[in-house]
Design a protein around this ligand. Sequence first.
Ligand SMILES: NC(=O)c1ccc[n+]([C@@H]2O[C@H](COP(=O)([O-])OP(=O)(O)OC[C@H]3O[C@@H](n4cnc5c(N)ncnc54)[C@H](OP(=O)(O)O)[C@@H]3O)[C@@H](O)[C@H]2O)c1
Length: 336
Amino acid sequence: MTRLGDYRPLGRSGLRVSPLALGAMTFGTGSFCAGDDTARKIFRAYVEGGGNFVDTADNYSAGRSEELVGEFLREVDRDDVVLATKYSGPGFSDGEPRSDPRRRSNGRKNMVASLEASLRRLRVDHVDLYWLHIWDGFTPAEEVMAAFGDLVRAGKIRAVGLSDVPAWYATKAAMLGGPPVTALQLEYSLVERAIEAEYVPLAREFGIAVQPWGALGGGFLSGKYTRDGGGTGRLADGAPYRSLPETRWAVLDTVREVAAEVGATPAQVALHWVTRQAAMPAPLIGARSPEQLAETLGALELVLTDAQLDRLTAASAPELPFPHGILARLNAGLPR
Ligand SMILES: NC(=O)c1ccc[n+]([C@@H]2O[C@H](COP(=O)([O-])OP(=O)(O)OC[C@H]3O[C@@H](n4cnc5c(N)ncnc54)[C@H](OP(=O)(O)O)[C@@H]3O)[C@@H](O)[C@H]2O)c1
């Protein structure tokens, strides 16, 4: 059994973090967000339970998430918290991505201006982990890593991470000789395992932590949605889950079976499986209520047998992209 207070290193950095990080994307004004008071309760429950790793971004609810995190941080010891925020994600307006090319840049100009704005909203003088949120498709890694290095030296950030970047880009960034890439934030769950082919091996090679987001598939793996379109929550708003492929529902069936066997909920089983994967010391969790948070935190207390974990792994096995399918067949059984 693991507890929130079982702090572990994040990649090769000196940061020590809880085994589950609290995502603050639900703090703010979006249709899938908790109200301010509920957000405060979620934050407090996480921190009072021993949690120390909080993740936000400058574009979550157009900055409101950072303002709320800043407010809540003033009610605890800020230095007890490993505070992470991100720059250069797309803005959202009425649910539509807004791609203003003047702001959607990973470049130095935007990075520095975004960090200054984030520090003001968070009401802190530094963040512990600063993420490039989403690759813009054109800024060279050299510029990003050099600018990150300057911010580390200026004392405004302690460590750097890359989120939603191509694997080749992360590899290049890790080899430039600038500040170490401490972590990669990427979507990963029983229904989204694409990163296993390239990102997980690269993370292990370079001592980088992978921090999964979407570990519950946006709520899908909680089991609250049904094939016939039942269920309420974020995914029901746009109803994309009604057209999900049958393979995803089959994964959920196995999650439900294992949950019934151990007397847990599907959300706990799905999240527990993620926490057991190599190189992923601190997956993100997102909650719209303290009840959801309490349930998902229960994933740390679960005990699953190797056979149960293997069943979940087999039921969700992705098709390997070239050349990994060939490599897996040819190299099976060879000593490593
Ligand atoms: N780097 C990136 O590009 C990126 C992208 C997305 C998220 N993130 C980060 O990752 C964090 C979590 O992301 P995520 O929202 O994708 O995670 P997720 O864990 O897959 O989904 C969280 C959502 O699932 C539902 N849920 C949570 N616990 C539940 C429970 N016990 N029972 C039923 N439903 C439950 C809630 O939504 P409903 O109540 O609305 O159903 C909740 O908002 C975010 O806060 C953010 O910090 C990063």
